[in-house]
Design a protein around this ligand. Structure first.
Ligand SMILES: [Zn+2]
Length: 270
């Protein structure tokens, strides 16, 4: 189980209308939403990996300490939520160091996992894995083997594998359905479909592939009260706002129906 700890104004779908220099104009909701999520996990007795955005960690250090104190894994989602393929090697390195160092100072132990914003490691920036290995990450979960307008490496491995750069990559899960590779890792799809559909897809994945399944989620996905960004593109608004009110209940069912743990425990990365 994984959570990308970021606020509603950080998401890539809105980056055409909200620039990082505008972030301060929004009232953050990520602290309250993540704490609500921590309660949901505690009630279900589930441990999760939290890929924390450095920007959030600098604003809410106590939140990160509390997540860690509750037995969850703290991992890095970079600092400023820029897609990896939009950065030079130097920029990406600086962005990740800023996040990783701060997280390690807060929790007092090494951070070994990284997830690129919007699964943005792919064909044009495989060197990003070298950067991660140099920065002593043990695993990454930054690729999504599907065709999508913002990301996607459809012909890369679909299951966790050792990269030549000496790092384990854990792709977001996909299922082969009617000759297509379908994304089933979470996000808008989870909110869009009835819960039973998700359960069916996860069960099919587990039975068919005999691989661990990983799910990703964001704190804003249970926040039906968040301000609506009316000037965002229609497709982005649809993806972002669909079924926010129903998602916490769906998540509770998902947590109850399967056995979950942190990335480092499930994939045996120490
Ligand atoms: Zn993100």
């Amino acid at each position: 189980m994984t959570v990308d700890v970021e606020d509603f104004f950080h998401v890539s779908a809105f980056d055409s209308i909200i620039k990082p220099e505008d972030w301060d104009q929004y009232k953050p909701r990520v602290d309250a939403n993540t704490r609500r999520l921590l309660d949901v996990f505690a009630k279900a007795d589930v441990k999760s990996t939290f890929f924390v955005l450095g920007w959030v960690a600098e604003l809410y250090p106590q939140l990160i300490k509390d997540i860690h104190a509750q037995g969850h894994e703290i991992a890095s989602h970079g600092y400023a939520h820029r897609r990896a393929y939009q950065q030079t090697r130097e920029e990406l390195t600086a962005d990740i160091i800023r996040s990783k160092t701060h997280l390690e100072d807060l929790i007092g132990e090494p951070v070994i996992g990284y997830r690129a914003p919007s699964f943005s490691i792919g064909y044009d920036n495989e060197w990003a894995f070298e950067v991660l290995a140099e920065l002593k990450f043990k695993y990454s979960s930054s690729t999504y083997p599907v065709k999508h307008d913002l990301y996607g490496t459809p012909d890369w491995p679909r299951f966790a594998y050792q990269r030549p750069e000496n790092i384990i990559e854990i792709p977001i899960p996909t299922l082969k359905l009617m000759g297509k590779q379908v994304p089933i890792g979470g996000g808008g799809y989870f909110r869009l479909y009835p819960y039973k559909m998700t359960r069916m897809l996860v069960n099919r994945y587990l039975n068919q592939e005999k691989q661990p399944y990983s799910f990703y989620f964001h704190p804003w996905e249970i926040d039906g009260e968040q301000p609506r960004l009316t000037n965002a593109p229609l497709k982005s608004r649809f993806r972002h706002y669909i079924n926010l009110d129903k998602t916490e209940a769906k998540l509770e069912r998902l947590l109850a129906d399967f056995n979950w743990s942190t990335m480092k425990d499930v994939y045996g990365v120490a």
